[in-house]
Each structure stands twice: as structure tokens, then as C-alpha cells.
Design a protein around this ligand. Structure first.
Ligand code: EPU
Length: 337
């Protein structure tokens, strides 16, 4: 393979590279199409004395209007079946692949395992960082290993799943921002396929139960509930579902004994942020150019022309209102950068 060359584009427009469609520019921007370009861009940033920011699909970020550094978009492509064994089919995908396209590609071959994760915006490389999850499945459930570039030690490293510290919307990569650039994932899709249908809305699928049928149902459910970021720009769930002690959940549960509350293995309760926001009267609430979606209270939407400060102001208002109403602290899911 020839040595790939890095093209640094000045005054790089990122408004089409974040699903909240915030107007945002970067002093310099570049597309990383091969793993070998990662150390190149790190060296370039160091030589220029500029900070480096890595972006995938821009679906989990709230971008500042201007970034005085280099923004590198991860666009490394490639996916393949590595091997088929009795344990399942091992699939490898590069970080710049679109997550949903990976889901449809596996399901198209009759392979189950990630069909519940259909239609989640973003790239393959971003998926393990916040351990994307939906409808009772998380990417950690099928992840076997991943390769990441370690920007501190300046080498590629392979991490097994048990080295990633996966938890609800969390991994160790989230806790060392700026250190790792995910390059590729290996997913073990189990055979025989075991459908995960515990989540409300998945248990009554008509006809033959296949990965395709489950994916179709997930797509229909998401389309019926969540606003499409291409139509109404958003970053998915804007807050994590709070995991709190039974004491801290008391205010909500005393007033609303049937409020959604899911017991965790450690005795804590996972409450529903969307429910808390709706019951705080903020479903459909607008503040300037942004608002909480009328369709799903957990999704913060850009009605047009928003910048990072508008999003921050609404997020603070929502957190304060929910805290005052229920005594529960919400935490943002997307990263402000
Ligand atoms: N709810 C309300 N009002 C609302 C929205 C939801 O009261 O406006 C209640 C629902 O009635 C339900 C509960 O909240 O009892 C949970 O709602 P939902 O099933 O929509 O799931 P969620 O907990 O809000 C999570 C994920 C989603 C994922 C869905 C489905 C988080 C932060 N979000 O949402 O992930 O698609 O479950 O599995 O865990 C994302 O992260 O971007 C995302 C969309």
C-alpha cells in the first residue's frame, strides 16, 4: 500500500458532520482513510502546536462554533467475514463504516446478533466508546476485540472485550479522551442465533422469526418514536437514564408508583430520563432555536440555526427542572467539544 498523504483543509466546515447540525468550523480539517494516517495527523498537530480532535459520524457531539485545531474525520472503510466456527461468525469492520450499514450487511447474510441495534446513527468506531445500546442489546454483548491507536504510547493496540470496562453507555475509552483512536472492531455473531425479544414492542413479531424480521421491527419502532436527525437534527438520547439509589428514587416513585424503574444488579434503580423530563413538563419545550422533542422527551432537537451555547442553555434548564421536581441529577450523553 502506498503511503497515504494527509490533506489539511483550512477553515473546515463541520455543520454537515454533526447530526445536531450545529454551525461549527475547525481551523483545519482532514479525512483519515487509512490507519497509517492516524500517526501522521498526530505528528502534524504536534508540529503545528495545535490540538487534535477526532470525529466519527458526529452523532454524539455538541460542537463549539470554532475549534482552533485540527479536526480529523475517521473515514477508514472495510468489512469482512474473518471466520466461521461453531461459536459463530467473526466479522471485522473498520472504524469509518456506518454502523447501520454494518447491521444491514450482517442481517442481509442471515447473521443475527446486532439487529436490535439497527438505525443507531454514527460510525462503527464510535460504537464501543459509549457502548451503544438499544432494545436490550449493547455492542459489548457481541464485541470480541478491537484495535485502537494509542496516541500516548504511539502504537496500535488490540483490546479484548474484558479489557474495555464496558458498562451502561460507558467504556474505558470514554474515560481517557484523546488517548485512543478506534481503528476496527471484531464482532462474534453467535450461531445458533438467539433473538433478544424481551424489550416491549419486540415480542409480537408475526411470521418467521429471523434477524431480518427483528431488524424490521426495530426500524419501525425507532421511526415511530424517535425524530430522524436528517429531518429534525438531534443527537439521539441527550441524557443517560439515571441510575440512582432507592432513596434518591423515592420522590418520583412515591408520587408515581408505576414510574419506569429497573432494578440493577447492585440494588440501584435505573430510572427513565425521558419519563422524568416529560413529567417535569418539558416534552416539546423550546428555548430559542432548540427544544426537547415533542415525539420523545429525551431527544434534544435543533429547530434551526442553533449553536453550542443554545444546547448548553437548554440542557442546564432541563437538568435544573428535573432536579427541582424529582431530586434526580441527569447527565448528558453527548460530548461537548
Ligand atoms: N418515556 C416517557 N416520555 C417520553 C419518552 C419516554 O415517559 O417522551 C418513557 C416511556 O414510556 C418508557 C420509558 O420512558 O416507559 C423508556 O422509554 P424508551 O423505551 O423510549 O427508551 P429510553 O430509555 O428513553 C433507551 C435508549 C435509546 C434506545 C431505547 C430503546 C438511553 C439513554 N436511551 O431510551 O437509545 O433507543 O432505550 O432501547 O439509554 C440513544 O442512546 O441515542 C438512544 C436512542
Amino acid at each position: 500500500m502506498t503511503d497515504p498523504s494527509l490533506a489539511l483543509i483550512p477553515d473546515f466546515d463541520l455543520s454537515a458532520h454533526n447530526t445536531l447540525a450545529l454551525s461549527a468550523r475547525s481551523h483545519l480539517g482532514t479525512r483519515i482513510t487509512e490507519p497509517a494516517m492516524v500517526p501522521q495527523v498526530i505528528a502534524e498537530a504536534a508540529a503545528l502546536g495545535l490540538p487534535l480532535r477526532i470525529l466519527g459520524g458526529g452523532s454524539n457531539v455538541v460542537l463549539a462554533p470554532s475549534f482552533d485545531g485540527i479536526t480529523a474525520l475517521i473515514a477508514i472503510k472495510g468489512r469482512r467475514v474473518v471466520e466461521t466456527t461453531e461459536q459463530g461468525v467473526l466479522v471485522e469492520a473498520a472504524a469509518g463504516e456506518t454502523w447501520h450499514e454494518l447491521v444491514t450487511w450482517t442481517v442481509g447474510q442471515g447473521l443475527g446478533g446486532i439487529e436490535n441495534l439497527a438505525l443507531i446513527p454514527g460510525t462503527v468506531g464510535a460504537a464501543p466508546v459509549q457502548n451503544i445500546g438499544a432494545y436490550g442489546v449493547e455492542v459489548a454483548d457481541v464485541l470480541e476485540s478491537l484495535v485502537a491507536y494509542d496516541c500516548f504510547d504511539k502504537l496500535e493496540r488490540t483490546f479484548r472485550k474484558d479489557e474495555c470496562a464496558f458498562a451502561y453507555r460507558d467504556s474505558m475509552f470514554k474515560h481517557e479522551p484523546g488517548r485512543y483512536v478506534v481503528l476496527s472492531l471484531r464482532l462474534r455473531l453467535p450461531t445458533p442465533w438467539v433473538p433478544k425479544l424481551n424489550f416491549a414492542g419486540l415480542s409480537d413479531i408475526d411470521g418467521e422469526l429471523t434477524p431480518q424480521a427483528v431488524m424490521d421491527r426495530v426500524v419501525a419502532l425507532r421511526n415511530s418514536k424517535l425524530p430522524d436527525w436528517r429531518v429534525t437534527p438531534n443527537a439521539g438520547s441527550f441524557f443517560q437514564n439515571p441510575i440512582v439509589s432507592p432513596v434518591d428514587a423515592q420522590a418520583a416513585l412515591t408520587e408515581f408508583p408505576t414510574a419506569p424503574a429497573f432494578p440493577q444488579p447492585d440494588g440501584q434503580l435505573k430510572l427513565s430520563a425521558g419519563w422524568l423530563i416529560e413529567k417535569s413538563g418539558l416534552k416539546g419545550f423550546r428555548l430559542g432555536p432548540v427544544g426537547m422533542s415533542e415525539r420523545h422527551a429525551l431527544v434534544l432537537v435543533n429547530h434551526g440555526g442553533a449553536v453550542q451555547a443554545d444546547v448548553a442553555a437548554l440542557a442546564e434548564h432541563v437538568k435544573r427542572t428535573v432536579r427541582e421536581r424529582f431530586g434526580v441529577q441527569l447527565h448528558e450523553e453527548p460530548v461537548f467539544c
